[in-house]
Design a binder for this molecule. Structure first.
Ligand SMILES: [Zn+2]
Length: 301
């Protein structure tokens, strides 16, 4: 099957008895839509895809309404990715390349991956504006996102988990964006825990490469885990979303203060604000800005 025709979806399985979770993410089509939206070219598409698929894998393990926010900061070709993903399979994210080669440490200190050395932080919230989020942080030590997520689960959550990402290009075009995750839950046998701990990144990336074929993925997963029985928990389509609105943009303008808002306006008839995530352009006319500051900001919703 041509990759372009593949549906973006995740498949989640649970071992019977329920001691191991297995997740396959196929997100090539979704990523190509997001890449157009973001206007990304070249290798930046791959860094962005790593962050989006990685965030979806993490979100897939969470309860309904418990969303995740990934903030990855690198020192190599990739400077930053910010991604929001939900257990309902919805995702948005933006990406910043390091365009100044002088500032890229990638390639200078040996065979580090394209993120260079950096920091990966993961925030869990009950919804996107939750009050008391859980935050975990880990170094991006090897320059590769999937290895950083593995370190994150080990160091920040003390969970035995293995993640692999499979991102492939055909020249300039992103062809595949897939991910695999295996996670131990309570009740796994010591032998199972040991088997999962010993899986290496190449085995996980090979497993991820099968994410578009759930049957083959599951067969390979079982092989790696000693032929356990698994049940399909969920097959869910993945989609992009955004929460921006004119109201939110106006609220943000009010929070920047009247002086800054008027400076941004300058001599123009309207302030133009572009959403970093979905690139929607909002225009707030001069008269509206004046009206916003003419009333009590705490009343604005
Ligand atoms: Zn938006």
């Amino acid at each position: 099957m041509k990759d372009a025709l593949l549906k973006s979806e995740w498949n989640k399985w649970l071992a019977d008895p329920g001691s191991i979770r297995l997740v396959a993410v196929e997100a090539g089509d979704l990523l190509r839509q997001l890449i157009v939206q973001q206007g990304l070219r070249g290798l930046a598409q791959g860094g962005y895809a790593e962050a989006v698929v990685g965030s979806l894998l993490i979100a897939s393990l969470h309860k309904s309404n418990e969303s995740i926010n990934m903030n990855a900061q690198g020192s190599g070709l990739f400077k930053q990715a910010i991604v929001d993903a939900s257990p309902e399979g919805r995702v948005r994210g933006f990406f910043v390349e390091q365009l100044d080669a002088e500032l890229q440490t990638y390639g200078i200190d040996g065979d580090n991956g394209p993120w260079g050395s950096g920091v990966l932080s993961i925030l869990y919230t009950k919804n996107f504006e939750g009050k008391q989020p859980y935050k975990g942080m880990v170094a991006i030590a090897t320059g590769y996102m999937d290895e950083a997520i593995n370190d994150y689960y080990r160091d920040s959550e003390q969970l035995v988990s293995k993640v692999g990402l499979y991102i492939e290009f055909d020249g300039e075009r992103l062809m595949h964006a897939r991910g695999a995750l295996i996670q131990v839950l309570g009740g796994a046998t010591p032998a199972e825990v040991k088997a999962i701990n010993e899986l290496n990144i190449d085995q996980m990336r090979d497993l991820a490469s099968l994410a578009h074929k759930p049957d083959a993925f599951l067969a390979q997963g079982k092989k790696l885990l000693g032929e356990r029985t698994f049940q399909l928990l969920e097959q869910r389509p993945l989609e992009k979303f955004c929460t921006c609105s004119l109201e939110r943009i106006e609220r943000a303008l009010v929070l920047t203060g009247e002086q800054d808002a008027m400076d941004a306006l300058g001599e123009d008839p309207a302030v133009k604000v572009t959403c970093d995530f979905c690139r929607t352009e909002y225009h707030v006319p001069r008269e509206r800005i004046k009206a916003l500051f003419a009333r009590d900001p705490s009343q604005l919703q």
